[in-house]
Design a protein around this ligand. Structure first.
Ligand SMILES: CC(C)=CCNc1ncnc2c1ncn2[C@@H]1O[C@H](COP(=O)(O)O)[C@@H](O)[C@H]1O
Ligand SMILES: [Zn+2]
Length: 351
């Protein structure tokens, strides 16, 4: 590494950052994965089965197989607590000041613990990190796996509602994710509508693959509070002007995950990433990791990658990270504290 590279690297690490799109079980680091593998040697899982290294690519289907392997390793209260604490600490060490973590409570038959306990374990991890003065604000989104259909989705929404009222504001919203080739968003509308009506914010994976125009139209009418990926919304890639109009008129921020999309092959290369399309329009764009463990990345790297690919100045990068504060689901008071933090750090980080 040259002196200039080292300086650039330091800038991205010191840059205060906001992470809004991180799946808990996709964010497990190499070190934590080693511990989990050692705890469950009988599963005979190799680390190569849980991560996609640089230069490697996988089909979307193969990527979703990876989560099945990780879920075998993370299936007890103890595992969830350990994994969530480690993930929060790692984001903090990477300079993330505000994190929205999302995770799917699984069926009790698959984990041996109820969905309620699953969420409680994640909340406990957030509480413990706070107690230990880890320098990061964390909130949680309860995730719906679209594969499990409308009844499970509704059950998850009801659970999230309960927690929203009882978790001291730690649960702020709902995520819709899972294999985009399975199921149809229209079946989940009642659950999502109910979530919205009771004050849960919605972060929905949208148009992650081509040919989901009809579904995206329906979901955009809710409307969601943020969009995950939105890879195929614009007409150049088979989306439509109508979809773009809906996103722009309602000013819905988009969570963009460069490495995830390139490694998952929904985007052919970094320079073809749809970041450029939305960023040029001045639309609110938030850089995120998606699954930092699976895709072997971190948020500093994602910022550096966007800057080098699209020629962003340090000033522009700063603005991008600051803009993410307003896209978060944090209450106003927390947003103000974060703005304050950015203002304090600015003279030290930007030169
Ligand atoms: C396959 C690929 C390119 C992944 C990136 N794009 C994704 N698209 C949709 N859902 C996802 C993605 N990454 C993670 N998830 C969801 O997050 C889960 C893992 O985290 P958790 O168990 O909810 O804590 C996965 O089972 C899946 O439901
Ligand atoms: Zn995602």
């Amino acid at each position: 590494m040259t002196e200039m590279d080292r300086e650039a690297d330091l800038f991205y690490r010191q840059l205060p950052k906001v992470e809004l799109h991180a799946h808990l079980n996709g964010s497990v680091s190499f070190e934590t994965m080693e511990k989990l593998i050692a705890r469950k040697p009988h599963l005979n899982i190799k680390h190569s089965m849980t991560a996609i290294r640089n230069g490697q690519h996988r089909t979307l289907d193969e990527c979703f197989q990876v989560f099945k392997v990780i879920h075998q390793l993370v299936d007890s209260e103890e595992d969830i607590l350990m994994v969530a604490k480690a993930v929060i600490q790692e984001f903090a060490a990477d300079g993330v000041k505000y994190l929205e973590l999302r995770s799917t409570p699984r069926e009790e038959t698959k984990t041996g613990l109820s969905k309620r306990r699953y969420i409680e374990s994640a909340i406990e991890a957030i509480r413990q990190c706070k107690q230990e003065d880890v320098d990061i604000e964390v909130r949680f989104l309860v995730a719906i796996d679209r594969r499990n259909g409308p009844e499970v989705a509704m059950e998850t929404v009801k659970l999230a509602e309960d927690f929203m009222l009882s978790s001291d504001g730690l649960i702020v919203g709902l995520d819709l994710s899972g294999d985009p080739t399975v199921g149809h968003g229209k079946d989940l509308l009642p659950a999502l509508q109910r979530a919205k009506n009771c004050g849960l914010k919605l972060a929905l994976h949208l148009s992650e693959i081509p040919s989901q125009k009809e579904e995206s139209e329906l979901l955009l009418d809710l409307p969601p509070d943020r969009i995950g990926h939105g890879t195929f919304l614009h007409p150049e890639v088979g989306g439509s002007d109508s979809l773009v109009d809906k996103v722009c008129k309602q000013n819905i921020p988009i969570e963009l995950c460069l490495t995830s999309n390139v490694k998952g092959q929904t985007v052919p290369s970094y320079d073809k990433h749809h970041f450029q399309y939305w960023y040029e329009r001045g639309h609110p764009c938030v850089l995120c990791t998606d699954d930092k463990g699976v895709f072997c990345t971190d948020l500093s790297q994602e910022y550096q990658l966007a800057a080098s690919t699209f020629g962003l100045s340090q000033e522009a990068v700063w603005h991008l990270s600051q803009q993410a504060i307003q896209c978060s689901f944090a209450p106003e008071a927390v947003k103000q504290q974060l703005e304050q933090k950015w203002a304090e750090l600015r003279p030290r980080v930007l030169n």
